[in-house]
Design a binder for this molecule. Sequence first.
Ligand code: AMP
Length: 471
Amino acid sequence: MSFASLGLSAAILKAVEKQGYDTPSAIQAQAIPAVLEGKDVMAAAQTGTGKTAGFTLPLLELLSKGQRAQRGQVRALVLTPTRELAAQVAESVSTYGANLPLKSAVVFGGVSINPQIAALRNGVDVLVATPGRLLDLCQQKVLSFSQLEVLILDEADRMLDMGFIRDIKKILAMLPKQRQNLMFSATFSDEIRELAKGLVNNPVEISVTPRNATANTVDQAVYAIDKSRKAKILTKLIKENDWHQVLVFSRTKHGANRLAKNLEADGIKAVAIHGNKSQSARTKALADFKAGTAQVMVATDIAARGIDIDQLPFVVNFDLPNVPEDYVHRIGRTGRAGASGQAVSLVSDEEVKLLHDIERLIKRVIERKQIAGYEACHTLPEPNLNRAGGHNSNHKKPNPNRRKHASQNNNDNSARPESRHSARQNSRADASANSTAAKKPQRRRQGNNSANSAASGSVNPYANARPKSRD
Ligand code: AMP
């Protein structure tokens, strides 16, 4: 199947071709025709399936056929849970719409609101937004949704996890009843179906990834390792295998900082990204990582959510996630769109039960590996996907850190919902840092800056804040 056979016009096909895509992914093959027919869509698709192009391409096609946005109006609204995802979706809109006379903008908290207000005044065809900042802008009466044609909820499951339900309901109440609705979610949980009831009408349901499955293109391995030696084995793995573009997950913000420092001390250029970092620091870390200046990016789950990096080859779980579903999200960062990837997990004595829960969830036994000289004092249990619990009876020595570790639940507060309150706080706090605040993450594959060219009609209030050396 080709993109041309899906009913997209030459201007869009040209942009798709420029990205080097020749075949639509499964979600694209199903979603594009449905959206073009004007149907509501409810799609279960994880990051990495090509879902962004799955909704962006037909959206742009539909919008390009209608009347341009009028002053203060928004024709299509894409809601995302995180700032990073908002920036990346907006980048896709600009990239795929480079040959169309459509205007797009992105708004999220943590940066000054004024450039966003200016960008919206004349109206935009596509607005990508996080809920909190969008509500702030609505309160300032900058926007009108009276001519809204399409609403897209991206990563709806994560929006609910992050407590956005009230904000979403407030936003829905402002939209015209007649509109097309597209909802994307990693899973169709009961809550998602409940939300969908009040949102989509007679939707086409698409599911491209079985619930909690991990892609076959990802090689998964676990190393049993004493907690105190995790940093050393990570350095060894990276250096000896010459790994580049390694995304490392840390359960805590402090852990992420500490590990990035350790890696630097071992001569590996590393950056950390988490909720205690300012938006500009996060954006810079991501840009350095994408550009390859930083070999490793250490991230917490929430901060990493939605990070879209083409063919990320290595993911390391320095700590296993507390919630097994997060393992699936984490390793979904690699092995995307058919590319192969490697996911390595370092499992300490205290994490054996977490490993067991993960294996039961993904219904798969992960390969056990060892490195001579780095054997742990504990062994991993024989895999058993059926047995509930996963108590490890193989401890060879008591672990003095056990209690300390168990009580350590320093969750990443970058998950803070972009509530109106926090958005206001952020906008105040970051007002002075605005000149560097929202440099858009760069796509590595694109050597140029066509995604944001004036010719594409894209309105990016931060376009001028981007460092010249990257253009
Ligand atoms: P997404 O699931 O939207 O986050 O997309 C995952 C990655 O797949 C992104 O890096 C896209 O650039 C890439 N991608 C999307 N569609 C295709 C395609 N048809 N062929 C190859 N790569 C694609």
